[in-house]
Write a protein that binds this ligand. Structure first.
Ligand code: AMP
Length: 221
């Protein structure tokens, strides 16, 4: 089974779609580089301390550092196909990624999720994450109408977290940074003979899921 790279700007639904793919197949494991880094911040490790300031500004971490984290993680999860969410994020990360895949005898599908910037801003301004299980949704949709309390529909926990980089000031910078890199990412993938299938991420979660599954099946033919 091949790895899957989910490309897409912040708020395009990579994490949500990765979760759905995980639910439908136990061949996959989900690597969100952002989640790994947030985990390090929570633990207060030296890596977490280094990452926190960079992430709060919406900038990218050092190339070598992130590539080493990804490689370690993949090696620890050998035997499973990886859903890459948040990596690669630059053309040179594509080169490192392809080098790693070749060295480990792995192959991948690449899906690019596209959503308009207005819709992305809207989603990111309203996004919240379950502190317990990481379920992602819009703030208003997770409130219990009767108690006015937040309840996660997946695990039932009652704590909602708004990511510190989902703030008005940082959202614009993160989207701009993505836009700056995406064309060169597409070019590098093409240079490596890896096709990238586009999926319209502005549709409903389930419609996007269907498109992704269809794109993966088409890519396997
Ligand atoms: P995400 O959760 O994917 O939106 O990532 C949150 C933040 O983690 C990004 O804004 C970056 O600061 C950092 N990050 C995650 N993945 C990478 C990567 N592949 N390269 C550099 N920085 C990353």
């Amino acid at each position: 089974m091949r790895d899957v790279v989910l490309l897409g700007p912040p708020g395009s639904g990579k994490g949500t779609q990765a979760r759905l793919l995980l639910e439908s197949s136990n061949h996959f494991v989900h690597l969100s580089t952002g989640d790994v880094l947030r985990g390090e911040i929570k633990l207060g490790t030296p890596l977490g301390r280094e990452a926190e300031a960079i992430m709060s500004r919406g900038e990218y971490l050092d190339e070598k550092l992130i590539t080493a984290i990804v490689k370690d993680w993949v090696l620890q999860h050998e035997g499973k196909a990886v859903l890459f969410d948040g990596f690669p994020r630059t053309a040179s990360q594509v080169d490192s990624f392809v080098g790693m895949e070749k060295a480990l005898g792995r192959a991948c599908h690449v899906i690019e999720m596209t959503v308009s910037s207005d819709e992305l801003r809207n989603r990111l301004m309203r996004r919240c994450v379950c502190a317990q299980c990481g379920f992602i949704d819009q703030k208003c949709s997770l409130k219990d109408d009767k108690t006015n309390e937040w309840v996660c529909p997946t695990c039932g926990a009652g704590e909602v977290v708004v990511r510190s980089d989902d703030s008005a000031g940082v959202i614009g910078d993160r989207l701009a940074l993505y836009d700056r890199h995406i064309e060169s990412i597409r070019e590098r993938l093409k240079a490596h003979n890896i096709s990238c299938r586009a999926v319209d991420g502005s549709r409903s979660v389930l419609a996007v899921r269907e498109d992704i599954v269809a794109a993966l099946q088409e890519g396997s033919r």
